[in-house]
Design a binder for this molecule. Structure first.
Ligand code: PLP
Length: 441
């Protein structure tokens, strides 16, 4: 089995969201992948407990997706998305729109979750401008929310290290409180019972600013990046009701929760709540080619379709919006999801997954465990060096000693394997994670 040799100079590459200096002293390289596994350059096989980075929902390097990308690269490498169209972009938009709930039936393509979020925020403000309500500009995010790293995303996001050295960011942003409370929710399976009332804080923000100044609320149905915080039962319904009461747009950031992670095409379906916009990325191409986007309600699209026939309606877009390789990968990925029934499968195995992950309760330093869909989080108590060190050591131990890849969020181990995971592999992920936790002492 061929793997790409490790480079001998690691200096030039400034790695994203990485402890660069420690990585370069003891690298964690990955150079090949197939189905549920990665391989290191030396040929060591690792079980993927993270679907790469929440994105490889169909499993790695799947033949039909690989072939679609190869064929597309040979047929047409690139086509300009401004004023010209690639047939596959229209096909993919139609399929994504059909998967979205309600009248969310128009799709704008970007290349990442961060771009999807910035697009949605601009659309919200632009929508009200087009309606003659240009004063509706305020945006509301949530503490512990992650919406990528654009200036829009970090402004509505609620993660201090992602914000604190970047200055003023966007003006006019408020935050709802985070919905996690260990005392009330510890060891929850699925949506916690406690916390729906936290949506009522939106009423306080409206009282402070007046709804006539507020454009949109953006939340993740399940906050992934800050350690897996599922919406409490009834919370999203409450947010929807308050947004409706005041004419505020509701945006779901489904960059992680979209494409099967919670057992449905979009989490909106799981919760029976129809937002006004859905941001997506990651699973749309199962991570193979960068792609993101926003699905919007008909009224939002219609609001922009004004002015002279020859004129651009929205001054926004990216050179690589609807890139032909991403569109081909997206169509092939949706075929795999459909043919293999992967979303239904995720629903079916959710209780098995939850039992397995919750079996880690009682191991040393395990302070809380949360599961929802095919996602699991294990909070470890910080060690005496301070927050983040035990989590980092867990990731390192998993890669080097247990042949397992998972994500960490501070001292939380986050598991989110590809949706093709077998029941035996669920046991393997959990057994290896248990060994990691025990090894940390
Ligand atoms: C909810 C959410 N929004 C946005 C993003 C940003 O996506 P990207 O890294 O593709 O820009 C992420 C990434 O994990 C995410 O989880």
């Amino acid at each position: 089995m061929s793997t790409v040799a490790a480079p001998n100079d690691l200096n030039a590459y400034w790695m994203p969201f990485t402890a660069n200096r420690s990585f370069k002293r003891a690298p964690r390289m990955l150079s090949k992948a197939k189905d549920m596994h990665y391989w290191t350059p030396e040929g060591r096989k690792l079980l993927d407990g993270a679907a790469g980075l929440w994105c490889v929902n169909a499993g790695h390097s799947r033949d039909p997706i690989v072939k679609a990308i190869q064929d597309q690269a040979a047929e047409m490498d690139f086509s300009p998305p401004f004023q010209f169209g690639n047939p596959k972009a229209f096909q993919l938009a139609t399929r994504v729109a059909a998967m979205a709930p309600g009248d969310l039936d128009h799709v704008f393509f970007a290349n990442s979750g961060s771009e999807a979020v910035d697009t949605a925020l601009k659309m919200a403000i632009g929508y009200f401008h087009m309606q003659g309500q240009g004063q509706r500009q305020r945006l509301i995010g949530r503490a512990r929310g992650y919406h990528g790293v654009g200036f829009g995303g970090i402004s509505v996001g609620g993660i201090s290290p992602n914000r604190k050295i970047y200055g003023a960011m966007l003006a006019g942003v408020d935050h709802l409180p985070a919905t996690y409370n260990r005392a009330e929710q510890a060891f929850a399976r699925g949506e916690p019972d406690w916390g729906a009332h936290l949506a009522d804080d939106l009423e306080n923000i409206v009282a402070l600013h007046d709804a006539s100044n507020i454009a949109a609320v953006i939340v993740e149905p399940m906050a992934g990046s800050t350690g897996v915080i599922a919406a409490p039962k009834g919370y999203l319904q409450k947010l929807r009701a308050i947004c409706d009461k005041y004419g505020i747009l509701l945006i779901f950031d489904e960059v992680i929760t979209g494409f099967g992670r919670l057992g449905y095409a979009f989490a909106a379906e799981r919760y029976g709540v129809v937002p006004d916009m859905i941001c997506f990325a990651k699973g749309i191409t199962s991570g193979t080619v960068p792609m993101g986007g926003v699905v919007v309600r008909k009224c939002i699209y219609d609001a922009f379709m004004k002015g002279p026939d020859h004129a651009v309606e929205m001054f926004h877009g990216y050179t690589y919006s609807a890139h032909p390789l991403a569109c081909a990968a997206g169509l092939a990925t949706l075929d795999v999801y459909e043919k293999e029934g992967l979303f239904e499968r995720a629903r079916k195995i959710e209780p098995i997954w939850a039992d397995a992950v919750h079996s880690l309760k009682g191991l040393p330093n395990v302070a809380d465990i949360r599961t929802i869909g095919i996602v699991g989080a294990i909070d470890l108590a910080p060690n005496n060096v301070g927050p983040g060190k035990r989590g980092f050591e867990a990731m390192d131990e998993a890669y080097h000693k247990q042949d397992l890849l998972f994500r960490i969020a501070g001292d939380t181990i986050v598991l989110s394997p590809p949706l093709i995971i077998s029941e035996a592999q669920i046991d393997e992920v959990v057994e290896k994670t248990a060994k990691v936790i025990k090894a940390l002492g």
